[in-house]
Design a protein around this ligand. Structure first.
Ligand code: APR
Ligand code: PHB
Length: 388
């Protein structure tokens, strides 16, 4: 019979970071992941780490490659009405963010888990949770056609937005907003357009210029919710991007073949509560934010910090206070990031249903931000990340 202290469902950033932090504190876990390791490591996701997230990664020995290859950014540009202004995080909020892809974070996590003898079982099917309100919970799953059973003290549901864990919480309530558009994103081996990110509000729709390193750029344009990637040639993408950026930026745009192109729908969603008996949700399993503001990975990290502290407390002293408070503690921070992502999404995108009124209010707010250090400070402190 298999047994571990914490059974972790899902080997994305939330599940693997939780496993790693727990091991550093002497708590054992097993990660059960539905996909293959190659698949998990090949996924392209966001690329901005809050200062607090970067500090956590450093604290747990995951900072070396990030500090070597990542770039600290002290601000971002907001573009509208043909011009742009900068929001200076360092001046306004005393800190910066780290540009380092989630794909890299995920690889660093798998490497450290492997190096330190952690257990990630991949390609598992039909994961089911049992006995969550008993003292002896268990997880069953099928691997290579054989059903297995893992007994545990706790289950961590880190299985993303399509996982099984949240559906094991009987009276869960989901608060949701679906946005009527998506982001079409490309990755290209070209130098970034600017030294910092540019978020652009434009009558043709939102655009974002981001990057991974000095020869790898990530660009997005707002697209129809039912857009088809095959209708978007590279040429069409570059033309559309250029049309939405200020002229002074476009002169520095270097185009090239895309090495990845995909569409992401935008939505906000929060499930409450984030725990049930001995099950605790973390990351996308409990909440989704639209990518504007890059909070998804950072929220997964903050959930894992709260949950690992609570589990470590329990194993050190038998105290359940932090575990009992976990859902409320995590949700308080989650909702503030949900609010910020919603605010930035609402400020920067074209909403057809808002007619001609919406863009006027957006322009007024962008002008106010450009003029008011107080308004920019509010944005800066949320962008760099609220305290953990
Ligand atoms: N059984 C086992 N594993 C599962 C199951 C299941 N039934 N369902 C899903 N999974 C796995 C997925 O294959 C995935 O690898 O759970 C993992 C969840 O990982 P993520 O989706 O990356 O979610 P999370 O770890 O919470 O990380 C959040 O990822 O989606 C981005 O924007 C998000 O940046 C944020 C971060
Ligand atoms: C990205 O680089 O993929 C990225 C950056 C900032 C965002 C969203 C995505 O707000």
């Amino acid at each position: 019979m298999n047994r571990t202290q914490v059974a972790i469902i899902g080997g994305g950033p939330a599940g693997t970071l939780l496993s790693h932090i727990l091991r550093r504190h002497g708590v054992e876990s097993v990660v059960l992941e539905r996909r293959s390791k190659e698949y998990v490591l090949g996924r392209i996701r966001a690329g901005v780490l809050e200062q607090g997230s970067a500090d956590i990664l450093r604290e747990y020995g995951l900072g070396d490659r990030m500090d070597r290859e990542g770039q600290a950014h002290d601000g971002v540009y907001l573009a509208y009405r043909g011009g742009r202004f900068r929001v200076d995080f360092r001046e306004l909020a005393g800190s910066s963010v780290m540009i380092y892809g989630q794909t890299q974070v995920q690889k660093d996590l798998y490497d450290v888990v492997d190096a330190e003898g952690g257990v990630i079982i991949d390609e598992v099917e039909d994961v089911r949770l049992h006995g969550l309100t008993d003292d002896r919970p268990a997880v069953t799953y099928v691997r290579q056609g054989v059903e297995q059973r893992m007994e545990c003290d706790f289950v961590a549901g880190c299985d993303g937005s399509h996982g099984v864990s949240s559906s094991s919480i009987p009276d869960i309530v989901t608060y949701e907003r679906n946005y009527p558009f998506g982001w079409l994103g490309i990755l290209s081996e070209t130098p970034p357009i600017a030294e910092e990110l540019i978020y652009a509000n434009h009558p043709r729709g939102f655009a974002l210029c981001s990057m991974r390193n000095p020869m790898l750029s990530r660009y997005y344009v707002q697209c129809d919710i039912d857009a088809d990637v095959s209708d978007w040639s590279d040429d069409r993408f570059w033309e559309e991007l250029a049309a939405r950026l200020p002229d002074d930026a476009v002169t520095s745009l270097v185009t090239g073949p895309s090495i990845d192109k995909s569409i992401t729908p935008l939505r906000s969603s929060v499930a409450e509560p984030m725990s049930h008996g001995r099950l605790f949700l973390a990351g996308d399993a409990a909440h989704i934010v639209p990518p504007t503001g890059a909070k998804g990975l950072n929220l997964a990290i903050s959930d894992v910090v709260y949950l690992s502290r609570a589990l470590v407390d329990f194993y050190a002293s038998g105290a359940t206070r932090a575990l009992d408070a976990y859902s409320d503690t995590a949700l308080a921070r989650v909702w503030k990031a949900v609010r910020f992502s919603w605010w930035m999404t609402t400020l920067m995108h074209r909403f057809e249903e808002d007619g001609s009124f919406g863009p006027k209010v957006q322009e007024a707010e962008l002008e106010y931000l450009s003029e008011s250090p107080a308004a920019r400070t509010a944005m800066a402190e949320n962008y760099i990340g609220l305290p953990l």
